[in-house]
Ligand binder design. Structure first.
Ligand code: ATP
Length: 582
């Protein structure tokens, strides 16, 4: 014995209202959709009209194909039955509907639905359905071919059927529909799609619908998906992690204002408004069905956005620079994962270097190796000295920059990157000749004695620029060592013990104060007969070099800065040595 499933309508309505549709508001969309489909079914030359009125009840009338009594029994009384599928059960291309459940959404706001309909050449029929699952069919009053659906509001749902709400919802879902729609006398359909408007009106559209005045508007066209539309480029920075939704229409009916998955992740800077005849909705009609077609469409749109970027680069680099200025954080964040964005950054994003602003591509063409300082402090410390020796240096200290340089070198075997360590520079410093070295020895050992307690080593080298008297250089190992000893001092006994055991493995090359023998002041200081004055001078040079390189100032350094400054002042101002006038 074989039986058929029984369906409890109340269960189905609950399922629809709470789980399938985001809000009961969608009933307006489903009604509009049925009216448009009925008009489409008449034929391409039929001048379709849809009229919605509100009041005690909501009425929506179309001059579409209508239904015969037999069709009413077959289509309206069977959930899941649709006239919009072919014999094999596939959705027919020209229609919006396909599932055979849309009319049920009206039960989200109404307890009773009446469908008054007439097919050309047949008699009028009145079908009445109730939310408890009953329906009846009677002969209807005389009427033109077409259909009128009437909803009697459910108690508590009246607000979904007020004039204001219905006019708003009909406009939201139906403004681009290819048939004439009015709601309580208001013209709902606008006639033109926004992306076909002249440039100034597109901007106004974006301002009112998307909430921003676009930086630029890019036309989109994907014939394979029957897709036309526009991408509006955001004029202000956005966090690329916040997925912005797109306004998507399917066969001119709004799917959602917040569709995801239409663009690849890297295109976070654009909001699209598109219409497609081929992309498919999910059953809730609030999202796009994620299939091969959507993937191909995404790729095609990505190509068009990339094309826009490339065009900007060749025809209007100034605007591309503006674009990157707005969206650089997002572009750079994505470039850490996306090779195309990485190339964009390489070619077009100017980074700070000691030779002015240069793109990584320009820098590489000029200097071969992408030599960079990993922090802004290191960069400041090294930029001038490196520049004077014609060593190009990139400031990798801005967010993502050092990582991007490293990644570029990782993905492209032709690119070489090198982090410049401050002590690497000493190899470019020329040692002074043996005779001078010998002459300077007493001065140097006196200077070393003064700086020993600060853990700093004093050396003399010749380097450019000659105007720079002294440079404080910390190697990575030395910086680590400093941090290590600082933590050792703060740690409790247990951790102190562990750190002590480790300390033997920590290299302890000391930071260096490099005095520049090319600098006239340094020569004069080194030649001073007055040992006390020379020591004061070395201490101030040490303090000044620390400040110049933005190094942390420890309490001992601060004390030294004060005493050396006051000491020098004392020597400079006449009347010292107890000779003050009384
Ligand atoms: N205004 C109308 N004019 C003519 N036929 C209609 C009208 N409204 C509904 N119908 C008929 O009733 C059937 C069921 O409608 P329903 O809205 O439930 O499903 P659908 O539109 O086929 O699919 P979907 O669930 O995707 O909307 C339709 O296939 C159509 O044949």
């Amino acid at each position: 014995m074989s039986n058929t499933f029984q369906v409890d309508l109340r269960g189905i309505v609950d399922l629809l209202s709470h789980h399938l549709y985001a809000s009961p508001r969608v009933y307006v969309r489903e009604l509009l959709q049925n009216a448009v489909d009925a008009i489409t079914a008449v034929g391409p030359d039929h001048a379709g009209r849809v009229e919605i009125t509100t009041g005690e009840a909501l009425r929506i009338t179309d001059n579409g194909i209508g239904l015969t009594e037999a069709q009413v029994h077959e289509l309206l009384a069977t959930i899941g039955r649709s006239s919009k599928r072919d014999e094999l059960g596939f959705a027919r291309h020209e229609f919006l509907g396909q599932f055979g459940i849309g009319l049920l959404s009206c039960f989200l706001v109404a307890d009773e639905i009446r469908v008054h309909t007439r097919r050309e050449g047949a008699t009028p029929v009145l079908w009445t359905g109730y939310s408890d699952g009953r329906y009846d069919v009677r002969p209807g009053d005389e009427r033109e071919p077409g259909t009128t659906v009437t909803l009697l509001p459910r108690r508590g749902s009246e607000h979904y059927l007020t004039s204001a709400t219905v006019v708003e919802l009909a406009g939201l879902y139906g403004s681009l529909l290819p048939v004439e729609v009015t709601a309580d006398g208001h013209q709902v359909t606008t006639g033109t799609v926004p992306w076909a408007l002249p440039a100034s009106e597109r901007n106004t559209y974006a301002e009112s619908m998307l909430g921003f005045r676009p930086f630029d508007v890019i036309d989109l066209n994907v014939p394979g998906a029957g897709l036309t539309g526009a991408a509006f480029v955001l004029p202000t920075p956005v966090n690329p992690a916040t997925r912005g939704g797109h306004r998507v229409y399917l066969k001119r009916m709004l799917l959602s204002e917040n569709v995801e998955g239409l663009l690849p992740d890297w295109a976070f800077f654009a909001r699209c408004v598109v219409d497609s005849t081929e992309l498919r909705p999910t059953a809730s009609r609030e999202a796009l069905y994620d299939d091969g077609m959507l993937a191909e469409t995404r790729d095609a749109i990505a190509d068009q956005l990339r094309g826009w970027l490339v065009r900007l680069a060749t025809t209007d680099p100034r605007r591309l620079a503006q674009f990157l200025q707005i969206h650089h954080l997002g572009v750079k964040a994505l470039a850490l994962h996306d090779d195309e964005m990485l190339r964009l950054v390489e070619q077009w994003y100017p980074m700070q270097t000691n030779m002015g602003e240069l793109t990584l591509a320009e820098f590489r063409a000029r200097y071969g190796v992408l030599r960079y300082a990993a922090t802004a402090d290191e960069f400041r410390q090294l930029a001038a000295v490196a520049g004077a020796q014609d060593v190009g240096l990139i400031n990798g200290g801005y967010v993502y920059d050092a990582d991007l340089i490293q990644r570029l070198a990782a993905v492209d075997p032709e690119v070489h990157a090198e982090r410049l360590d401050p002590t690497d520079l000493t190899t470019r410093f020329t040692a002074v000749d043996a005779e001078t070295e010998l002459r300077l020895r007493p001065f140097l050992s006196a200077a070393q004695r003064r700086l020993d307690r600060l853990g700093c080593e004093v050396v003399v080298r010749s380097f450019d620029p000659a105007g720079l008297p002294a440079l404080y250089l910390v190697s990575r190992a030395a910086a680590f060592h400093d941090e290590f000893t600082a933590s050792r001092d703060q740690a409790d006994d247990l951790w102190g013990g562990v750190l002590d055991a480790l300390s033997s493995t920590v290299p302890n090359d000391r930071p260096q104060l490099v005095l520049n023998h090319r600098n006239p002041l340094i020569r004069r200081v080194a030649a001073l007969g007055d040992a006390e004055l020379a020591a004061l001078a070395v201490e101030s040079l040490y303090g000044q070099a620390l400040l110049l390189g933005h190094h942390p100032i420890r309490p001992a350094d601060a004390a030294l800065l004060t005493t050396s400054f006051l000491g020098l002042l004392d020597r400079a101002v006449p009347g010292g040595n107890g000779e003050e006038s009384r």
